[in-house]
Design a protein around this ligand. Structure first.
Ligand code: LIP
Length: 279
């Protein structure tokens, strides 16, 4: 059984390299930008082309597997996690960065079986960093082992989060109030690199100590969650409870102590679920 998933992971690395090549080529040309759910929710032809490339390549090899892909869901495909072997794909995580050529753009793929993440791959295209993690086998960046900082003291921490425009005034206020509460603990600083998957890999490699976010999606979280866990970090719900891949919220941290401290400060927002339509 385990060899079978290793074979899937090897294929995933290969297809992620091809996706990375496609993104590099697209970065050399003009990028036409389209809007999805709002003027700040962007998509490009490259997001769609890369997702088609990844899904067709995997489907050819594993025709019975299931898929949840950001652009397929945007086009109306269901977003429900089942017990089936499932590939959860973000073809470009950090589309706004891609459009602006801000250097944190990634391909993120997580693979689940019985709803558990078996492996995750995150390729940070412009940094040329391939993060890989298989359950129980450790986390790597370009083949070298990585681990979290081990920091336990929130006041010595660098914290990541993302701040997007929110149409709902209450959401906007709460999001900014949360940032203020974390900053005034105080922490060493807050950063917003703009790609959830890369944020998680930054925690996994010890460059940041925590990342929290409400309102992201399973395709933003699946690949990076595997990398953080295998690097020795914790992945929990924004409340500090058990992480739920479809919940659209998480805290990742170098230690449980830091995750708990962030959970303590955060006022929760109702951000819905990725599988809300399928329930
Ligand atoms: C993006 C995230 C980013 C977050 C955005 C969005 P996309 O993913 O990775 O960090 O702030 O809300 O979800 O849309 O570029 O794949």
């Amino acid at each position: 059984m385990s060899d079978k998933w290793q074979e899937c992971m090897d294929h995933c690395v290969e297809v992620t390299k091809q996706a990375g090549k496609m993104i590099h080529e697209a970065l050399q040309k003009d990028i036409a930008v389209m809007e999805k759910s709002s003027p700040v929710d962007l998509v490009t032809e490259t997001d769609q082309k890369v997702e088609r490339l990844i899904i067709s390549s995997i489907k050819e090899k594993y025709p019975t597997h299931s898929f949840i892909g950001e652009e397929s869901v945007a086009a109306g495909a269901p977003s429900v996690l089942t017990d089936d072997p499932t590939w959860i794909i973000d073809p470009i995580d950090g589309t706004t960065n891609f459009v602006h050529r801000f250097p944190f753009v990634s391909v993120s793929i997580g693979f689940t079986v019985m709803k558990e993440i078996e492996f995750g791959i995150v390729y940070s295209c412009m940094e040329d960093k391939m993060y890989t993690a298989r359950k129980g086998k450790g986390a790597f960046c370009n083949g070298l082992p990585i681990k979290v900082s081990g920091q336990k003291d929130i006041s010595q921490s660098l914290v990541l989060t993302e701040m997007g425009f929110k149409k709902d005034a209450e959401h906007f206020k709460t999001m900014l109030a949360n940032v203020r509460r974390i900053l005034t603990i105080p922490v060493h600083g807050i950063r917003s690199p703009g790609s959830a998957a890369i944020n998680m890999c930054l925690v996994a490699s010890g460059s940041a100590d925590a990342y929290y976010h409400m309102g992201i999606h399973c395709w933003d979280m699946a690949g990076g969650a595997a990398v953080v866990r295998e690097a020795g970090g914790v992945v929990v719900d924004i409340s500090g409870g058990t992480f739920d891949l479809m919940s659209r919220r998480l805290i990742v941290a170098s230690t449980r102590a830091i995750a708990d401290r962030i959970a303590e400060e955060i006022t929760e927002l109702d951000v819905g679920r990725d599988d809300a339509d399928g329930q």
